[in-house]
Design a protein around this ligand. Structure first.
Ligand code: SF4
Ligand code: MG
Length: 326
């Protein structure tokens, strides 16, 4: 089957001191129906900018998509005008964030907020949209949904607001859900419930999910495949079990150095000495070289993403050789 989402050689740039610099530099990814891809990496590596590029929400005029294709359900959406993207957002693709208060309207009831995309994209009547919105609120397990339909976001707890945001995102049954650290602000128990809900909804509706997270426990719980981003590029991609069992890229190895534990709490990515290079000072060769404990001759050349297994790719000339046995 065709992928729900196919990204080819995406390049998203920002203007810094009069020069366009790539924040997303040649990213290629694909996502099938029912599949969850976790996008991991430190802050400032281009993860959020990748998802904003997909949504057509790159901030202007400072940013722009300068190249590549983003094919959603068979159609390249990069060339689409804003009004066409508006029609896709909240319909065929939707996004959820860490802080629901930034995406929920504080002066609209939650029921109206779930009903709105149904009226906008599906042309449902007020009554039909309200009926369907109530069903969606029940599906995301808002207790006493019929009564709470008429309440406002501030009357909900953090976890319940997260469920409302998910309901708004899923009202029109999008093919693609983009989730940017959606559970980071929640306590561990609520986080596990929200992740369980998302997995459940994904299985029921068969949507594809791109899940940005810093938390390896979350990756283990929700991902089918993992892509690791560093300095605007994918540096490793593999099925979830394989990347935990046999990470190949030195960056992935450093991030995954913290031993995963059974609780979801203490599994943040490990801190790595040094910092992500700024966009206007990218190393010419391997971008991780200034921080890589294994840097050696050959690393001063730009690195290509090379096969490291049947469904495994890594951007390091050592990854296919000695690191396989280390
Ligand atoms: Fe480290 Fe060299 Fe591999 Fe870059 S190419 S990750 S510097 S070993
Ligand atoms: Mg981010």
């Amino acid at each position: 089957h065709d992928p729900v989402l196919l990204i080819e050689d995406l390049r998203t740039e920002f203007r810094i001191g009069g020069t366009w610099r790539a924040a997303v530099d040649g990213v290629s990814l694909s996502l099938r129906r029912g599949e969850t891809l976790a996008l991991v990496g430190e802050s400032g590596c281009g993860k959020s900018m990748t998802s904003l590029s997909i949504m057509g929400l790159v901030p202007r005029p400072a940013g722009r998509i300068a190249g590549g294709r983003i094919v959603l359900e068979g159609r390249d959406i990069v060339p689409l005008p804003e009004h066409a993207l508006e029609q896709l957002r909240g319909d065929r693709m939707a996004m959820i964030f860490q802080e629901p208060m930034t995406s929920l309207n504080p002066v609209m009831t939650i029921g109206e907020q779930v009903a709105e995309p149904l009226r906008l994209h599906r042309g449902l009547s007020r009554a039909e949209a309200a009926r369907r919105a109530l069903a969606v609120l029940e599906e995301v397990k808002i207790p006493s949904a019929a009564r709470r339909y008429h309440e406002y976001p501030h009357q909900f707890s953090g976890g319940m607001r997260q469920r409302v945001m998910i309901a708004v995102a899923l009202a029109c049954e999008p093919a693609l859900l983009l989730a940017d650290e959606p559970t980071t602000a929640l306590d561990v128990t609520i986080q596990a419930q929200v992740l369980g809900l998302l997995a459940d909804l994904k299985a029921r509706h068969g949507m594809a999910m791109l899940f940005i997270t810093h938390n390896l426990g979350v990756v283990a719980q929700i991902a089918d495949r993992v892509a690791v981003m560093y300095a605007g590029q994918i540096v490793e991609e593999a099925p979830v079990l394989e990347i935990f069992a046999a990470p190949r890229h030195p960056y992935t190895r450093a991030l995954f150095a913290a031993i995963p534990r059974m609780d979801l709490d203490a599994q943040e990515l490990a801190a790595i000495p040094g910092r992500v290079p700024p966009l206007d000072a990218m190393p010419q060769g391997c971008r991780f070289a200034p921080r890589c404990p294994l840097a050696r001759a050959g690393c001063e050349a730009p690195q290509a993403l090379l096969p490291a297994g049947p469904e495994h790719r890594a951007r390091c000339h050592l990854a296919t050789k000695e690191l396989a046995h280390a």
